[in-house]
Design a protein around this ligand. Structure first.
Ligand code: ADP
Ligand code: PHD
Length: 417
């Protein structure tokens, strides 16, 4: 069985849905399981629903209306008014309205997951119905009956044993199956999610449980490139990458592959193909056991808008285990992700992501006991398989503030000025 995964960009409008349908028809076979994300930026739009629900209820109707119109416009270009899909979609909006009206829980993460899941439920219903209408028979199923997790809402952990049992028992491997990425359910049938951008991971879960022959994730780029094309004007397609190399790249922040996706595939040596939904005939990138990197060239990963923090003791004493472990505990408490660490006798520097906007609270707590220098708005470049020229090119992007060189990886924090 083959697993395909289509992200939001691949189903952002009616033309894109037609394109996805033709890829499934031409590249898929009868035994293909297709994982699909919410259309376009719909997960962000559903996040706004959650926000309005908690903070600005008067905005709810207009935000719901925007989402409903977005999907209706796409359907109007793909279907006839009397088609069943309009009823299916109306039922989903009915369920969402019912939840918003009846929910009494104040648990934010629980509420978030019960709302956010509608993006994937809607997109898969629409793509499945369009495939059927255009002559490609398929089975739509609700992934929440297949992938089971704990109750850690918004970042749920998969119950592999139960999930494998359900998937192997229930998936009809002789058909084209259409299902949702990113969402799952716990043992009380409440919806959970696997973390933002988790649909690649869903594809990995199905591949692992079904011993798939390959996973293809269809992207708006030709494959994995040696640098983020949004930041670098010249990039080269990587034809082959080993699992280890892809895991390293994802770990350092190459957003083209979700980090959790690779481990289940590596364990069963299932190749991951990163392919272009714009040019489906091109070969893309193969991530598999074998050669580390083809071609073997420096690869650049960028994390924008980081904070560089230098911490030293007020009395200029050495930064050693006890104060460093205290700082780490605080970084953990405030959910600040550390991307680089550099230590000298009297100062300790970290480059961090302020994803949850808790840096100010961290700073206010630490400044009572430490001297802290903060540089906000800096960029972190990671170069895998660097050479001198690659380091020079990055250092020329602004004022380099910190450079760390390991055997295969160099990390440079740059103030873009
Ligand atoms: N090294 C890289 N190679 C290819 N694309 C990259 C790389 N780094 C960042 N990207 C970005 O990742 C995007 C695709 O990933 P993503 O948006 O998560 O896809 P999807 O949501 O469709 O799963 C590309 O549009 C590209 O801008
Ligand atoms: N829709 C979810 C899951 C996902 O993986 O989306 P995408 O494949 O478009 O990154 C999100 O935006 O987080």
């Amino acid at each position: 069985m083959k697993i395909f995964k289509f992200g939001g960009a691949s189903v952002k409008d009616a033309e894109s849905v037609k394109n996805v349908a033709s890829i499934i028809k031409n590249e898929g076979a009868n035994d293909t399981l297709v994982v699909i994300s919410a259309m376009g930026k719909m997960t962000n739009a559903f996040e706004e629903i959650v926000d309005a629900y908690y903070n600005k209820e008067e905005n709810l109707p207009s935000k719901l209306n925007y989402i409903e119109e977005f999907h209706t416009n796409i359907m109007d270009s793909l279907f006839d008014k009397e088609d069943e899909i309009y009823k299916d979609v109306a039922i989903l909006f009915g369920e969402l309205g019912w939840f918003l009206a009846r929910n009494t829980s104040q648990r934010f993460n629980y509420v978030y997951d019960q709302i956010i899941c509608f993006g994937e439920l809607l997109s898969t219903r629409i793509v499945s119905a369009y495939l059927e209408k255009s002559g490609t028979e398929n089975i739509w199923f609700d992934v929440r009956n297949y992938i089971k997790t704990d109750s850690n809402y918004r970042d749920a952990k998969v119950d592999w044993e139960l999930t494998e049992e359900l998937i192997t028992k229930k998936v009809d491997t002789s058909k084209i199956n259409i299902t949702q990425g990113f969402i799952a359910a716990n043992d009380t049938e409440n919806t959970t999610t696997l973390g933002r951008e988790g649909s690649d991971y869903t594809a990995g879960i199905f591949a692992y449980c079904l011993n798939a022959e390959s996973v293809s994730i269809w992207k708006d780029v030709d494959g994995v490139l040696n640098a983020d094309p949004r930041v670098f004007s010249e990039t080269t397609l990587l034809e082959q990458i080993s699992y280890e190399e892809a895991i390293e790249m994802a770990f350092y922040g190459a957003s083209v592959i979700h980090p959790k996706t690779l481990q289940p595939l590596e364990r069963k040596e299932i190749p991951l193909l990163v392919r272009s939904f714009i040019n489906p005939k091109t070969i893309g990138t193969r991530v598999s056991k074998g050669t580390r990197l083809v071609p073997y060239i420096p690869c650049f990963i960028v994390k924008k808008d980081q904070i560089l923090v230098s911490i030293s003791a007020l009395d200029f004493s050495f930064m050693v285990e006890n104060n460093i472990s205290y700082i780490f505990q605080k970084l953990h408490d405030y959910q600040l992700k550390v991307n680089v660490i550099q230590n000298s006798a009297i100062s300790f520097s970290v480059c961090i992501d302020n994803k949850f906007n808790k840096f100010d609270a961290f700073y206010n707590e630490l400044k009572k006991e430490f001297r802290i220098d903060v540089q906000t708005g800096v960029d972190l470049y990671t170069i895998r398989h660097f050479d001198n020229q690659a380091i020079k090119d990055i250092e020329a992007k602004g004022s380099p503030l910190l450079t760390q060189v390991n055997k295969e990886t160099s990390q440079i924090v740059v103030n873009p000025n």
